[in-house]
Design a binder for this molecule. Structure first.
Ligand code: URP
Ligand code: ZN
Ligand code: ZN
Length: 459
């Protein structure tokens, strides 16, 4: 059966017009002011609604062994949640430990995703670099991966040293692979954590002071120096503050190929959430931490100017009960992460577009198109063009609703946005021409998601 979406207002990163879209055989076949309905077509009336390209979340954690526990979602819950929220492709961080073999880890992460209802791919984590790892990373690139991930944080866990960073970036440069990086100076974090704990400062409100903006900026500057000297293309994940943006700006002036991601919690929350009493603040512990509200203006400005390319989630779900509680007496033991894969698009629309922080084209660009371009998916994804995958979001700007843990599909026992109003939502979501969400409900098929094989683009 084919699909005819009629009379929608089509919004891409660059265009804004009313037309019909006919999808057949998983791709968009025709876009025109008026298309006669083919006999077999299901017709979706999109009058009064926006039609966006399927949104892409370029930074999620679903299978994640981390801080003595595991992130809560599986691809069953996370892919359904993503789709209901308008996200049709996920890029998950594959995060092996230092002792895991890269190829085995890649195949393990891939096997976890086989039940996905939406499409997916991975940034391949490099937590150790030696000759054997290098050979396996080459093979992983041959198997369709076009981006690596490094952590300059998490001392003793995922974090790599400077020699490994240099070697990873050199290999990436040779292969044309972009390197995504968590930028915080791990030595400073460890020293500040120890100092605060020694002073008896153990609650979640001390998480931010243990990793202040300067610690993040130092990490970004460090990455920029290595990128400059190797020529590798780099992408700073979950950028939270003005100082980090300034470090990238300065690197751009030196010719460094660097891109910036921020995430929806930094655009909508601030550090006062992590300062709430009775350990409630633990729900808002992530790294880098939520910042002073003043940083938000810089992030919105960065999105408008193009300094920031993407808005992801860094979806990392840990239950409040039993998981976040592991750090009740010591904030350094609170599993880091905030769940938001279901809410990113609606929150960005509500707080970005409706509040006048970004326009509709920028909204599509930062939530879909730029991720596709950066990570070798464009124009298959992130576009509404003849030949592109028919991943489409028919978005109802008249819908009014409230976020709540009691109704979410994410498998986690709280919402960081409990009671927040949203001013719109996806009413229909398609993946490669099949309806997966109708009237805001998941109606799709687990296992239909495809692994998105990618070619290196960072030359
Ligand atoms: O707090 C965070 N960001 N948790 C997930 C792991 C990471 O650093 O991305
Ligand atoms: Zn990170
Ligand atoms: Zn992350």
């Amino acid at each position: 059966m084919s699909l005819l979406i009629k009379n929608g207002r089509i919004l891409t990163a660059t265009d804004d017009y009313v037309a019909d879209i006919w999808c057949d055989g998983e791709v968009i076949r025709q876009i025109a002011p008026h298309i006669e309905s083919p006999a077999d077509a299901e017709i979706i009336d999109a009058a009064g609604k926006y039609v966006f390209p399927g949104f892409i979340d370029p930074h999620v954690h679903i299978y994640l062994p981390f801080m003595g526990t595991y992130a809560k979602d599986t691809y069953d819950s996370a892919s359904r949640a993503a789709l209901v929220g308008g996200t049709t492709s996920l890029i998950e961080m594959c995060c092996p430990s230092r002792t895991e073999k890269p190829l085995e880890a890649f195949e393990l992460w891939k096997s976890k995703a086989e039940i996905s209802a939406c499409d997916y791919t991975f940034h391949m984590g490099v937590s150790r670099f030696d000759d054997s790892a290098a050979n396996q990373l080459r093979e992983i690139v041959n198997r369709g991966i076009a981006s690596f991930k490094v952590f300059l944080a998490y001392k003793g866990a995922f974090g790599i040293d400077d020699q490994e960073l240099f070697d990873t970036l050199s290999l990436a440069k040779e292969l044309g692979v972009i390197v995504t990086a968590h930028c915080e100076n791990e030595t400073l974090v460890a020293a500040l954590q120890a100092k605060l704990l020694a002073e008896g400062k153990a609650g979640p409100q001390w998480h931010e002071p243990s990793r202040p903006a300067r610690v993040e900026a130092e990490g970004v500057n460090h990455l920029m120096t290595f990128a400059e000297l190797t020529g590798a293309h780099v992408y700073c994940v979950h950028t939270s503050c003005r100082e980090a943006l300034e470090a990238v700006q300065s690197a751009h002036l030196r010719g460094v190929n660097a891109w910036v991601e921020t995430v929806i919690p930094y655009l909508t929350l601030d550090k006062t959430y992590a300062e709430q009493p009775d350990f409630e603040g633990a729900k808002y512990v992530m790294s880098p931490p939520l910042r002073d509200v003043a940083h938000r203006d810089a992030l919105w400005a960065g999105l408008r100017s193009g300094l920031i390319s993407t808005v992801a989630t860094d979806h990392a779900p840990f239950d409040f009960h039993g998981q976040k509680e592991m750090g009740r007496d010591n904030f350094t033991l609170i599993p880091n992460g905030i769940p938001s894969v279901e809410d990113r698009v609606n929150l960005l629309y509500t707080h970005g577009v409706c509040q006048g922080n970004i326009n509709l084209n920028t909204f599509v660009d930062v939530a879909s198109t730029q991720a596709a371009r950066r990570f070798g998916l464009y124009p298959r994804k992130g576009a509404i063009q003849v030949g592109s995958d028919a991943d489409l979001v028919v978005y109802d700007p008249e819908y009014r609703g409230t976020i709540s843990a009691s109704t979410q599909l994410m498998d986690v026992d709280y919402s960081a946005y409990e009671g927040w109003e949203i001013l719109g939502r996806p009413s229909v979501v398609t993946v490669r021409g099949e309806v997966q969400v109708r009237d805001g409900e998941f109606v799709g098929t687990l296992g239909r998601g495809q692994f998105l094989s990618r070619e290196p683009t960072a030359f």
